[in-house]
Write a protein that binds this ligand. Structure first.
Ligand code: GLN
Length: 303
């Protein structure tokens, strides 16, 4: 396994030069783009970590997986998907074009519009503190905290997400008057500091259908996890989801902090940190690492 990880990291590293950090959030723009780490945690209890796997970085859009799971549990399937779709958008994660032109609802919960809508369903019923507790539990990582520098940096550059939120409010998708608190909740969730190892842990919890890999405790309902993994497969890499599914074939979710969470069903969780992003906002080295691991270990869901 170690040799396979080494080769995969090598393949990923070659791509870093072609990527950039997410400078639209200035604090993320300052991160060293050459960092790279991958952690694999298998259902047999083996954990293998290589590179920068204990470096903290912000979870960003990977938090959309957590908010979706919590919303499905607390609000129910019909409330969540009443005004948020299940279809890939084919557009950038922060696009609002189709939201106004051709669709009345956000395409899915993995893009900003869908996640902000879901944040608005959660703010009246659950505190950020509770969400932090849940995140720590799901990632088997008690050290997760809010990165206030990144939080403040994003809040100071929030115009686009604000535009999305007001558009949602104007369409009655989020309750009137809830824009500010929904955005605050959304950005706080994006600003949680994780590691590649925490993502591998979370990936294994999802791979096992929502069960803690060491204690067997149920952390998420099984049917919720099934929905979440399916949406990760079809929408988790934004407008790169289709190509990624063909080449890698592992349900995954990326974030502009450089993280990728991957779930090899029943077998393993994979966590990656590589802050150089491709033009779609996905970790460029991460994509190549996963492509290599999928090939070498036969992890494609249809292989
Ligand atoms: N906080 C980021 C944003 O809203 C998350 C985007 C992402 O990770 N793709 O722009």
């Amino acid at each position: 396994m170690r040799e396979i990880l080494k080769r995969a990291i090598g393949e990923g590293r070659e791509e870093i030069a072609f990527g950039e950090t997410a400078s639209y959030i200035p604090e993320l723009g300052r991160v060293d783009k050459n960092q790279l780490g991958v952690c694999v945690y298998t259902s047999e209890g083996k954990k293998e970590a290589l590179g920068d796997t204990d470096v903290r970085f912000t979870i960003q859009s990977i938090s959309k997986v957590i908010t979706l799971a919590v919303a499905l549990e607390r609000c129910g399937f019909y409330k969540v998907f009443e005004k948020v779709g299940m279809e890939p958008s084919g557009d950038a994660f922060n696009s609002l074009v189709k939201l106004d032109l051709s669709s009345n609802y956000p395409y899915n919960p993995m893009i900003n519009s869908g996640a902000i809508a879901i944040a608005s369903y959660l703010t009246p019923i659950i505190s950020f503190k509770k969400m932090l507790e849940i995140t720590r539990k799901l990632c088997l990582d008690e050290q997760i905290t809010l990165n206030s520098d990144v939080y403040l940096s994003e809040m100071a550059n929030i115009s686009r997400n604000k535009a999305i939120a007001y558009l949602l409010e104007s369409k009655g998708i989020i309750a009137s008057g809830s824009v500010q608190e929904s955005l605050d909740f959304y950005v706080r969730m994006c600003s949680l500091n994780v590691t590649a190892e925490s993502l591998a842990n979370f990936g294994l919890v999802l791979a096992l259908g929502g069960v803690h890999p060491e204690t067997g405790e149920r952390l998420l309902e099984e049917d919720v996890v099934k929905v979440v993994k399916t949406i990760m497969l079809t929408c988790g890499m934004y407008d790169g989801s289709g190509e990624f599914a063909v080449h890698v074939g592992i349900p995954s979710k990326s974030g502009v902090g450089g993280g990728i969470l991957s779930v090899v069903d029943k077998k393993m969780g994979i966590g990656i940190f590589g802050p150089a992003l491709d033009s779609k906002g996905n970790s460029i080295a991460g994509r190549y690492i996963l492509r290599s691991l999928s090939r070498e270990l036969g992890l494609h869901m249809f292989s």
